[in-house]
Design a protein around this ligand. Sequence first.
Ligand code: SF4
Length: 110
Amino acid sequence: MSDIGATRDEDNLREEIAQKLKAGLKTEVFPRAETSAAVNAIIMRLREEAGANVEKKLVIGGFTDHTIEVEDIEQPCETCMYYLVHRKFCELPELMLPVEPEWSCRLWRI
Ligand code: SF4
């Protein structure tokens, strides 16, 4: 597949995810993953329950199409260590999803 084709696929999937979130998909926004034990538990669930299923990734990851603020800290994808700016993509291995900079999930990390 060409790079352009891959980019288009990611754009389409990003749009599909945006629609799901806009339509009110209930995701596990809280509790946020604030300890390494909590991060590991969510990662394990993503591996075991979500696999390649995009909707389950969104639910377990606690995705929102807007930034969540926790204790005065904004947690947008844009500032997360897993965000690839030019590709608008989350490279957390268990997620690997195209995202928008203002979206958020509970695995946000700097
Ligand atoms: S891990 Fe980071 S970049 Fe990936 S969806 Fe969550 S907040 Fe966004």
